[in-house]
Write a protein that binds this ligand. Structure first.
Ligand SMILES: *[C@@H]1O[C@H](CO)[C@@H](O)[C@H](O)[C@H]1NC(C)=O
Ligand SMILES: *[C@@H]1O[C@H](CO)[C@@H](O)[C@H](O)[C@H]1NC(C)=O
Ligand SMILES: *[C@@H]1O[C@H](CO)[C@@H](O)[C@H](O)[C@H]1NC(C)=O
Ligand SMILES: *[C@@H]1O[C@H](CO)[C@@H](O)[C@H](O)[C@H]1NC(C)=O
Length: 628
C-alpha cells in the first residue's frame, strides 16, 4: 500500500493544492509492479475514483525510464476520442479499454519486449474535480538458455596446494541476471577460502540479456574421483525462481599409489609344472604408476613384464618363491611394494622298485614299491592286465604262483593337481618246476578196443615246459593239439586203443619234471573184433605206403646211386684187367641190382618205423603232420 500511496502524494498533491478547491479530489490506484515474460501480452490496470461527478474525464498514459528519463505519452483518451500516440515504441502494440463503471481502465501491451521494462503512468484528469495519477513498474523476464558445463579433462593432482580450475559453466541470455551455483554430488559448493573458489563473469549482451560464466576452482581430494560435479543456473520468473542444471561431469583425479597388490590371475587353483602363470599387479594410485617385478631372493634382477602383468611360461618348481611388484610415485618418490608367494607343484616320474623285470621262484614273496616325488598328496593304485590288484604305494605279493607272472602297472595321481598322473611298471616272472594238473597219480580207464581216446596234459612253469609223451601198448596215436605260451604248455593226444596201454606225459623245464600217467585197459569187443581187425589190416598198409612215399623214394635213389657207383668201379676194374667184354655183362648187373634194391626197401620200412617213434618224442608237431 505504501508504494501505491506515495506516488499519488508526490505527484497529485501539489497540483490539487495549487489549482483547485481543497474538497475536489481524484484518486488513482495502480499495482506497484506487474511481471511478464518477454513476448507475452500484459495488462496494466488503472482504477480511478472522483469525489464529485465530473463534466468530463480525460485519461493519459505515459512511460518513463529506459533510454530517456523524460516521461513520454503513449495514449490519450476522453469522452470523444481514444488516441494512441504515433511514433512511440508502443504505437503498434497497445490498446486501452474504456473505463468501466468501477473506473477501471486497462492498458494492454502485446509482445512485450525487454525494453518495455519501464514505469507506466496512468494520469486521470477530472477537470473541475482535479486530476490524479498512478504508476506501475513493468518487470520483464527472459529465462537463460540451459547451462553448459565443460570439465577440465587433464588429470588434477591431489598434491596441488591450491584450488585448481576443474570446470566452467555458462548460462547465456537471461534476464534479469541469473545466478550460477556449483554442486558436487547434489551438495551445493559454498566458496571457502583455500578450498573452493568460484570466479564469475557477467556479460551484458547488446540485446540487454545477461550471459553468466562461472569457473569452479577446487582443491581435489582422492575421494573426488567418483564425485559428480554440475552447475545450476537460477533465474527469476514471474513470482518465482526457476532453475536448470547442467549435465554432470567426472573429474580425473591423480593421486599417489600407496598400496600395491599382486595376485595370480591364472591358472585358477594350484600351479603345476608346465603351466603358464600370469601374475597381475595393481596399485591404488591414479594414473597407474610403472611397475617393476622382481623375485624376493633376487631383488636386483628386474623381470620382463607387460606394464602390469608378469608372464611366467612353462614354470618349474624352481620358479616357486616370493614375487614382488614395486611402484615409484613420480610426484612424491614414495615407493610401494606388493608381494605374493608362488608355489609350483610337481609330480615326478614314478620309480618302481624292483626295476623292470623281477624273476622269482614260485612260493616266494615280494614287496614292490612305487613312488613319485610330489609336492602334494598322491594316490597310488596297481593294475595287472587291466585289473586293480592293489592300492597304496606298496604292493605285497605273497607265496607267488605262476598266475602272478605278468606286467604290473602302478599309477600315481595327484588329485589336487587336476588329475596329474604318472605311472611305472614292473614285470614279474615266476620260475618253477612245471605244475601239472593230475600229476603224481595214475588215471585208470577202461576203453573198448578200437576206440579213440583223448589224453590231455597241461602244465604251467617258467621257463616254459615242454611236454613229452611215452606210450606203450597201442601203436596208433597222435598229438592232436599243442598250445604253448611263455609259461605253459598244453598237449592233447588221441590214441586208438588196441591193447592195454600205459601213457605218461612229462612236463619238463630246466628246474624239473612233472609226470602224469594214464592206464587204459582195453576191453575186447566180442562181436566186432574180427571185422575191426580186418579193417585195420586193410586200412593201415595204404596209409603207411602213402606216409613213407617220399622218404622211401629218396632212400631208394641214394642206395641205387651208391650201388651203381660200386658196380661201375667193379666193372671198370674188371675191364682194365681185360676180363669182361663191354656189351652184355653190364646189363646183367643192373638187372640184378634192381632185385636186391627191392629187398633193401623192405628193410628200410622197418627202420623208418623206429625213426618215426623217436621223432615223435622230440617234435610232436611234425610227427602229427606226418601221421596224417
Ligand atoms: C562418473 O563417476 C561415476 C562414479 O564413479 C560413474 O558411475 C560414472 O559412470 C562416471 N561418469 C562419467 C561420465 O565418467
Ligand atoms: C542471485 O544472487 C544474488 C546474490 O546472492 C541474490 O540476491 C539474487 O536473489 C539471486 N537471484 C536469483 C534469481 O536467485
Ligand atoms: C578228442 O579230441 C578231438 C579234437 O580235439 C575231438 O574232435 C574228439 O571228439 C575227442 N574225442 C573224445 C572221445 O573226446
Ligand atoms: C619222464 O621223466 C621220468 C623221470 O624224470 C623219466 O624217467 C622218463 O624217462 C621221462 N619220460 C619221457 C618220455 O621223457
Amino acid at each position: 500500500m505504501a508504494f501505491l500511496i506515495n506516488p499519488f502524494i508526490s505527484a497529485a498533491l501539489p497540483i490539487l493544492l495549487l489549482s483547485f478547491p481543497v474538497w475536489a479530489k481524484v484518486d488513482v490506484t495502480m499495482e506497484y509492479s506487474v511481471e511478464v515474460h518477454v513476448g507475452e501480452r500484459v495488462e496494466i490496470p488503472c482504477v480511478y475514483s472522483i469525489t464529485e461527478e465530473p463534466s468530463t474525464v480525460m485519461v493519459q498514459w505515459f512511460v518513463k525510464g529506459g533510454a530517456s528519463s523524460q516521461r513520454e505519452r503513449i495514449f490519450y483518451g476522453d469522452d470523444t476520442m481514444q488516441i494512441v500516440d504515433e511514433g512511440t515504441d508502443f504505437t503498434e502494440r497497445i490498446t486501452v479499454s474504456p473505463a468501466d463503471e468501477r473506473g477501471e481502465i486497462v492498458l494492454t501491451i502485446q509482445d512485450v519486449q525487454l525494453a518495455d521494462e519501464r514505469e507506466f503512468i496512468c494520469q486521470v484528469n477530472g477537470m473541475s474535480a482535479g486530476n490524479g495519477e498512478g504508476k506501475t513498474l513493468l518487470k520483464v523476464f527472459d529465462p537463460p538458455e540451459a547451462p553448459v558445463i565443460e570439465g577440465v579433462y587433464s588429470g588434477i593432482s591431489v598434491s596441488s596446494p591450491y584450488p585448481t580450475k576443474i570446470a566452467s559453466c555458462e548460462a547465456r541470455n537471461g534476464y534479469p541476471r541469473p545466478n550460477i551455483t556449483w554442486y558436487r554430488d547434489h551438495e551445493p559448493l559454498i566458496p571457502l577460502s583455500g578450498k573452493i573458489n568460484v570466479v564469475t563473469l557477467v556479460t551484458r549482451e547488446s540485446s540487454g540479456l545477461y550471459t553468466i560464466q562461472s569457473e569452479l576452482h577446487y582443491k581435489v581430494a582422492k575421494q573426488d574421483k567418483d564425485a559428480l560435479f554440475y552447475c545450476e543456473v537460477s533465474y527469476a520468473v514471474p513470482a518465482a525462481v526457476g532453475t536448470a542444471d547442467s549435465k554432470g561431469i567426472n573429474i580425473t583425479v591423480h593421486y599417489p599409489t600407496e598400496v600395491v597388490e599382486l595376485w595370480k590371475e591364472s591358472p585358477e587353483g594350484l600351479v603345476k609344472e608346465g603351466d603358464t602363470v600370469e601374475i597381475r599387479c595393481r596399485g591404488d594410485g591414479n594414473p597407474p604408476p610403472p611397475f617393476t617385478f622382481t623375485r624376493a631372493q633376487q631383488p636386483e634382477v628386474e623381470l620382463d613384464s607387460y606394464p602390469d602383468l608378469l608372464l611366467l611360461e612353462d614354470v618349474t618348481r624352481a620358479d616357486s618363491g616370493v614375487y614382488q611388484c614395486r611402484s615409484l610415485d613420480l610426484d612424491t618418490y614414495a615407493e610401494a611394494v606388493g608381494e605374493m608367494q608362488l608355489t609350483v607343484h610337481y609330480l615326478d616320474p614314478a620309480v618302481v622298485v624292483p626295476r623292470d623285470t623281477e624273476i622269482l621262484l614260485k612260493g616266494e614273496s615280494l614287496t614292490a614299491t612305487c613312488n613319485a616325488q610330489c609336492s602334494v598328496e598322491t594316490a597310488t593304485v596297481w593294475f595287472k592286465d587291466g585289473e586293480l590288484v592293489g592300492k597304496g604305494h606298496e604292493l605285497f605279493l605273497q607265496d607267488i604262483s605262476f598266475a602272478a607272472t605278468g606286467e604290473y602297472i602302478c599309477k600315481v595321481t595327484a588329485p589336487s593337481l587336476g588329475g596329474l598322473q604318472t605311472s611305472g611298471s614292473l614285470n614279474i616272472i615266476v620260475q618253477g618246476t612245471p605244475e601239472m594238473k593230475g600229476s603224481g597219480r595214475r588215471e585208470e580207464m577202461d576203453e573198448n578196443v578200437e576206440k579213440w581216446v583223448n589224453l590231455s596234459c597241461e602244465a604251467q612253469g617258467y621257463p616254459k615246459p615242454t611236454i613229452t609223451w611215452s606210450i606203450t601198448g597201442s601203436q596208433t596215436w597222435r598229438e592232436t593239439s599243442l598250445k604253448v605260451t611263455e609259461s605253459s604248455a598244453h598237449s592233447l593226444v588221441t590214441i586208438q586203443v588196441t591193447s592195454d596201454t600205459t601213457a605218461s606225459c612229462n612236463a619238463t623245464n630246466v628246474l624239473g619234471t612233472q609226470t602224469r600217467s594214464f592206464s587204459i585197459k582195453a576191453i575186447p569187443v566180442a562181436t566186432s573184433t574180427t571185422a575191426n581187425t580186418a579193417v585195420t589190416v586193410r586200412v593201415t598198409p595204404p596209409r603207411k605206403v602213402q606216409k613213407e612215399g617220399s622218404g622211401v623214394i629218396i632212400v631208394v635213389i641214394i642206395v641205387c646211386i651208391l650201388l651203381l657207383a660200386i658196380l661201375g668201379s667193379v666193372l671198370y676194374f674188371l675191364y682194365k684187367k681185360g676180363k669182361i667184354p663191354c656189351g652184355r655183362s653190364g646189363k646183367q648187373e643192373i638187372t640184378k641190382e634192381k632185385t636186391s634194391k627191392d629187398d633193401i626197401v623192405v628193410e628200410m620200412k622197418s627202420d623208418k618205423t623206429e625213426g618215426a617213434v623217436l621223432l615223435k618224442g622230440v617234435n610232436g608237431d611234425k610227427k602229427a603232420h606226418n601221421d596224417q
